[in-house]
Design a protein around this ligand. Structure first.
Ligand code: OMP
Length: 236
């Protein structure tokens, strides 16, 4: 018996970092069947994007709600319960133990998967130090992954450059989701810990989050197909 051929489309999550539902509708329509998994964060989420998330879900698309929750446990648990009722596939919280526990409790028996954000991909050691952390990026990621694993988290968001060490620390259970993905030659923007789609998958990422390299491309569908081709090559 053969293992099922992995569909690279399940691996690519396009970040709908756009200022209006109209702009998001137009991008989703341009991407057509090329992309099936979308992330909605602050920009679109605070501009009517949760209603659009419902439409995408009703249309059979997968939706990742990325509000990176971090609040008192009761508030996180109840917020996550609302995201579970929306039908989201993934939601993010910051990887603080109290927050992770509350989110796992709040999702109940729903299929929503809670992803814990370790150290943002726009952070390097200097940024962590400036925020008051003495430990290095690698030490902070390792500590947060160990805590996430003990809590039984559904997945981790980390830089592609951390994916291999995160998989070793996380064990086989749990998804690894990496933003900070930049095809060769594309602008890093504010991202500091980056890798190509090929390198991210080879390092053990299960899903790649890609925003500007696709969303800001003059031909988003061609840019998405190029990322998918790299994913397929890395999986072969
Ligand atoms: O949780 C995230 O998705 C996230 C975590 C992180 O550490 N870094 C990061 O860039 N992201 C998100 O991933 C997306 C990356 O977008 P681009 O840099 O445009 O590809 C943005 O929507 C970010 O909010």
């Amino acid at each position: 018996m053969h293992a099922p051929v992995p569909d690279p489309r399940d691996r690519l999550i396009v970040a709908l970092d756009l200022s209006s539902v109209g702009a998001a509708e137009s991008l989703v329509s341009r991407l057509g069947d090329t992309v099936n998994f979308y992330k909605i964060g602050y920009e679109l989420g605070f501009a009517g994007g949760l209603g659009f998330a419902r439409e995408l879900i009703a249309d059979g698309r997968k939706v990742f709600i990325d509000f990176k929750l971090h609040d008192i446990g009761n508030t996180v648990a109840r917020g996550v319960a609302s995201l579970a009722a929306l039908g989201a596939s993934f939601a993010t919280v910051h990887a603080y133990p109290q927050t992770m526990r509350a989110a796992m409790e709040g999702k109940g028996a729903s299929p929503l998967r809670i992803l814990a954000v370790t150290v943002l991909t726009s952070y390097d050691e200097g940024d962590l130090n400036e925020a008051g952390y003495a430990a290095s990026v690698a030490e902070t990621v390792a500590r947060r992954v160990a805590q996430a694993r003990a809590i039984g988290i559904d997945g981790i968001v980390c830089a592609p450059t951390d994916a291999a060490s995160v998989r070793a620390a996380l064990g086989p259970r749990g998804a690894i989701v990496t933003p900070g993905v930049r095809p060769d030659g594309s602008d890093a923007g504010d991202q500091k810990r980056i890798a190509t789609p090929f390198a991210a998958i080879r390092a053990g990422a299960d899903h790649l989050v890609v925003g500007r390299p696709i969303v800001a491309s003059p031909d988003p569908a061609a840019a998405a197909r190029a990322v998918l081709a790299e994913i397929a090559r890395a999986l072969s």
